[in-house]
Design a protein around this ligand. Structure first.
Ligand code: GUN
Length: 286
């Protein structure tokens, strides 16, 4: 079997187009332009690229974008004070603090300072908790983007064995909650998992979110499985690759996401969706 490619780039453009139209409609109704504030602390080059891409995407759909690029020496207090200022700014619907943060800053404290109704990353314990009890409000972007891709391609989760490799707060854990909400039978694998190849081989749907190039071997994939690769790893030759050994996996899977062009573009498209959703929450509250 040769897998059908899941084209995240195409789906993300469709979402962006829909959001652009919704923003234009808001304008004709006299409603505010949704606003997203992005904070970057330090000079991690990959983070700088993401932040730039977020700003470009905001402008494309007609959002107001507020960019705060701070030096690595920024204190936790200064960062918390900026978050509080943005919490109180009515032009800002969404606040995103790019992770990872420098070591001297307590990331969890920063996340918990963001107002839950402006937490467009969905990382605040309030939003994580709502997702856990099947009452989601703002949902983490990458896992939600994965669910959108599955839906777009007509891939049902109900009753399927879903194996998620990786237990991060950003992807693995919220992805498990998303899959469970769709009634998948969910397994989360991590470094203490005893037999990773066997867990992957049982899966009808695999989500790889490890961050190590080609660590999921193609031969582990069950014939006809759906492979979602969240990894974006840069090799020494400058090329990007995922967590899954793509060339082998694609000969066994029914569907597979490429890297780049799979899950990656969905994260930003979903961030835009969440920001529009936050603006709608704030319309109601006004
Ligand atoms: N770093 C890697 N992924 C993400 C994300 O989705 N949001 C934020 N804020 N930082 C990240």
């Amino acid at each position: 079997m040769t897998a059908q490619l899941i084209n995240g780039k195409e789906v993300s453009l469709k979402i962006q187009d829909r959001i652009r139209k919704q923003v234009a409609e808001r304008q004709t109704k006299g409603l505010r332009q949704p606003g997203l504030a992005v904070i970057l602390v330090g000079d991690d080059p990959a983070s700088a690229v993401y932040v730039r891409n977020k700003n470009i995407a905001c402008e494309k759909v007609g959002f107001a974008s507020f960019s705060h690029i701070l030096p690595a020496s920024t204190s936790e207090e200064e960062l918390l004070s900026l978050v509080n200022e943005l919490n109180n700014n009515p032009a800002v619907d969404g606040i995103l603090v790019q992770l990872p943060l420098p070591k001297h800053i307590n990331g969890q404290k920063v996340i918990e300072t963001i107002r839950p109704d402006k937490d467009v990353d969905g990382f605040h314990p309030y939003n994580v908790g709502r997702l856990a009890v099947k009452m989601p409000l703002l949902r983490p972007c990458t896992p939600k983007g994965v669910m959108t891709l599955l839906e777009e391609y007509g891939i049902e989760v109900k009753g399927k064995n879903v194996t998620i490799v990786g237990q991060s707060n950003i992807v693995g854990r919220p992805q498990a909650l998303e899959m469970l909400m769709q009634r998948g039978t969910v397994t989360i694998c991590h470094t203490a998992t005893r037999d990773l190849p066997a867990e992957v081989n049982r899966a009808d749907i695999i989500v790889a979110a490890v961050g190590r190039p080609n660590c999921i071997k193609g031969e582990w994939i069950k014939e006809g499985a759906v492979v979602i690769d969240v990894g974006i790893n840069r090799l020494e030759n400058g090329k990007l690759c995922g967590d899954v050994e793509f060339d082998v996996a694609k000969e066994r899977a029914a569907y597979i996401t490429p890297v780049p062009g799979g899950v990656g573009p969905m994260t930003i498209a979903t961030l835009l969706e969440n920001t529009l959703q936050a603006a709608q929450l704030h319309d109601k509250a006004a």
